[in-house]
Design a protein around this ligand. Structure first.
Ligand code: MN
Length: 735
């Protein structure tokens, strides 16, 4: 082992002095802690990064060393500093993870692994590599929060020294910082790191806009600073008079937050009048509210700008009171009021908890709320295989702007901006999301694509047995909702495909004269295995999706019979579409006097059993069956020779999907009464959605339903029963 004293021999004097400073800082923060591992890490890094230079021409080791300094400023532990010094060693030198594990232990090795990018060879393009590296880092972060501290410190130092890189790389790194790392810092409550990352990111992403804002701030600096001084004194005097002990910080707003405001409000820099911000840090929650009262008593508050994040903390545990008031000389300024403890958490976030936990549990903070958020994020993202989609949904989830909505019982649900009632429903519970058919916001029914606003009370309307629709995927904003909807759609589509595939196989077997009854489950199972499927059901699904033909399967099951069928077939016969025969249990309609003609129900009028029907011979698609009253078919039937008599086949248990629209007053309990009536008549609801009635502005609603009905009589009974419900204005069948 190299002795600490030897480490500095021949070392760049600047490096040596920065390392000394690091050890000194660490000793001050952790008196009595052993710094040997930090010395060893430095010695190893010196050896491994020897001769490497940064783009700026400095020795490479400056970077890991400064990263360790940033970590030390967060008062991180020795493990964290060691991993910080070695964070680029595996990626950029010949050191392996195994060697690090042997010399420094598991924690250091797994921290370094967490921030090491994936190898360039394994991935096709940069986008994919970036997505997979971020995913890997997120997974590692969940296991050990130190990974994120190291990654953010790494990014922060790279951003501080970004000037040395070529323009194109500056832009890319700045954008990634704004889109991924600053939001992660924000979600983990690390206000100080986030602010610096944002301002640096902005500076390199859009240098012109940055310069414009920086100059504007500068030109007003003198005037603003004297005003800030005036405000600070005034606030101080007023609080002291009320006996509130507080320290006041007065500052100009950051360039990035001004820029965000310009973009949001679509205004120019000269129109931004409140560049001033004041922070009041006091000793108790009681005094926070007292200070707010004092301010409002003195200066006029701007309506809509008062926010109580003490009563309702942000998801990242941020707490403060916010207000804006019209100050001296009509100059508005923003105020944040908080306690010392809240201030610490606002600045340091998860790093603050980290310190607190360190002494007790060996450092790994498992139960922090911020980590819960992270863990959920990782879980939702797990399914996303497409790197583009992964990054896109990650960015939405990291999007710092959020809205606060409430359940009727007052539970707070935090959602990204423009989230819909469907997102809200899934945020409550997966089951609530799946069963969601509509929503009331502040007591009124809204469309499912409604964008939830701050303070909305959202009441989700649910319906047993309801399933999410594909259309929802284009409306929802959260990846949780998106992934849950996709999961349900995949399972239902698969179930459908399995059913279709199984029927198709049986029908094809019958057509080819294969003795289906004699084929055992085991035989089919064996064929499934041949195709690489673990179960027979997978084979059915593949057939249903049309991945290969039933014939291919049947040749394997009964080769002689299929070949015999081929020999018997007339060479000129066109491949017959699966005919609907008299004995087929699928048959619901038949053409009078003929057995094997394709028939289908026309989509325009969707006739149901019991209605009078007429057949129309189409060109090449068999017989279309219309309701006799259908205007379409009346127009078509001038070609009399194409008309054909059809009748409902007997003794089948099929049902027909019928769309109904119910116009109704919006009253409590109506939905449940409606569904009760439908079930009572023996029908089944396939889909249901409640919407506001756009034509009226009186709070009335429209409910669209798809019902299964056996025949016309049952439909008439259902419609009559729905009409009898009080509040229902009309029921209409939609074609
Ligand atoms: Mn690095």
């Amino acid at each position: 082992m190299i002795e600490p004293a030897n480490v500095f021999q021949g070392v760049d004097p600047f490096l040596a002095s920065r390392f000394d400073a690091l050890i000194e800082k660490f000793a001050k923060q952790h008196p009595g802690d052993d710094a040997k591992a930090i010395h060893d890490a430095f010695a190893l890094a010196l050896r491994m990064h020897h001769g490497q230079k940064r783009q700026s021409g400095e020795p490479y080791l400056i970077h890991p060393l400064e990263v360790a300094h940033i970590l030390c400023d967060m008062t991180s532990d020795a493990t964290c500093l060691v991993a910080g010094i070695l964070h680029d060693a595996v990626e950029d030198t010949a050191v392996t993870l195994e060697e690090l594990r042997k010399q420094f232990g598991d924690a250091v090795a797994s921290c370094v692994d967490g921030v090491t990018k994936l190898s360039k060879l394994k991935f096709y393009d940069r986008e994919e590599r970036q997505a997979e590296s971020v995913r890997k880092m997120l997974l590692a972060m969940v296991k050990d929060v130190r990974v994120v501290l190291i990654k953010l410190a790494d990014r922060l130092h790279n951003m501080r020294t970004l000037a040395a890189l070529p323009r194109e790389r500056q832009e890319r790194i700045a954008q990634e910082t704004l889109e991924i790392y600053a939001p992660i810092a924000h979600r983990l409550g690390m206000g100080k790191v986030r602010a610096e990352l944002e301002d640096l990111g902005f500076q390199y992403q859009d240098p012109e806009a940055f310069r414009e804002i920086a100059e504007a701030i500068d030109s007003k600096r003198k005037a603003n600073e004297s005003l800030l001084g005036e405000i600070r004194t005034a606030v101080q005097t007023k609080l002291r008079r009320e006996g509130i002990d507080a320290r006041i910080e007065a500052r100009l707003k950051r360039p990035y937050s001004i820029w965000q405001k310009l973009k949001r409000q679509k205004i120019g820099i000269d129109q931004v009048y409140d560049l001033l911000a004041v922070r009041i840090i006091t000793d108790s929650v009681k005094n926070c509210y007292a200070a707010l009262g004092t301010l409002h008593g003195e200066w006029h508050p701007i309506p809509g700008r008062i926010k109580d994040f003490i009563a309702i903390p942000r998801p990242n545990l941020y707490q403060s009171l916010h207000t804006s008031v019209i100050g001296p000389g009509g100059q508005p300024f923003e105020v944040q009021i908080r306690t010392e403890e809240m201030h610490r958490i606002a600045e340091e976030g998860i790093a603050a908890h980290w310190k607190y936990k360190e002494g007790q549990k060996g450092g790994v903070a498992h139960d922090e709320q911020q980590i819960t958020w992270l863990r959920q994020l990782v879980e939702w993202q797990r399914e996303l295989r497409d790197p583009g989609e992964f990054m896109a949904t990650l960015k939405v989830d990291l999007f710092p702007e959020e809205v606060y909505a409430f359940t009727p019982k007052g539970r707070v649900i935090v959602l990204p901006r423009d989230a819909t009632p469907i997102d809200f429903a899934y945020a409550i519970h997966t089951e609530v999301g799946n069963l969601c058919v509509g929503a009331k916001v502040n007591g009124r029914i809204v469309p499912l694509k409604y964008a939830i606003k701050n303070g909305d009370v959202v009441d989700v309307l649910t319906q047993q047995g309801h399933l999410p629709s594909k259309d929802w995927l284009s409306i929802v904003k959260t990846s949780k909702a998106r992934n849950k909807i996709k999961a349900v759609i995949n399972t239902t589509e698969r179930a459908k495909a399995m059913e279709i595939g199984e029927k198709h196989l049986e029908r094809e077997a019958r057509r080819l004269g294969v003795q289906w009854k004699k084929i055992t489950k085991d035989q089919v199972q064996a064929v499934a295995a041949e195709y690489g499927f673990p179960k027979m059901e997978d084979l059915h699904a593949a057939l249903g999706y049309g991945k290969f033909s039933a014939r291919q399967v049947l040749i394997k099951l009964a080769p002689e019979q299929v070949e015999a069928a081929d020999r018997d077939a007339e060479p000129v016969a066109a491949p017959a579409p699966a005919p609907v025969r008299g004995d087929d249990k699928d048959l619901i309609i038949r053409v009078k006097g003929i057995d094997d003609v394709m028939v289908y129900r026309a989509k325009c009028c969707n006739p149901i059993r019991g209605e009078q029907i007429v057949g129309y011979i189409t060109r090449g698609k068999g017989v279309a069956v219309h309701s006799l009253a259908c205007t379409n078919v009346q127009n078509l039937l001038y070609e009399v020779e194409r008309k054909i008599a059809v009748e409902w086949a007997k003794a089948t248990e099929d049902s027909f999907a019928v769309k109904l629209t119910v116009s109704t007053d919006d009253r409590p309990g109506l939905l449940s009464q409606l569904t009760a009536v439908v079930f009572h008549e023996g029908s089944n609801i396939r889909a249901l959605e409640a919407q506001p009635d756009d034509k009226r502005a009186d709070g009335s609603a429209v409910i669209n339903m798809v019902l299964d009905v056996r025949d016309k009589r049952q439909l008439e009974r259902v419609v009559a029963a729905v009409r009898r419900i009080s509040g229902v204005r009309d029921v209409e069948r939609i074609q």
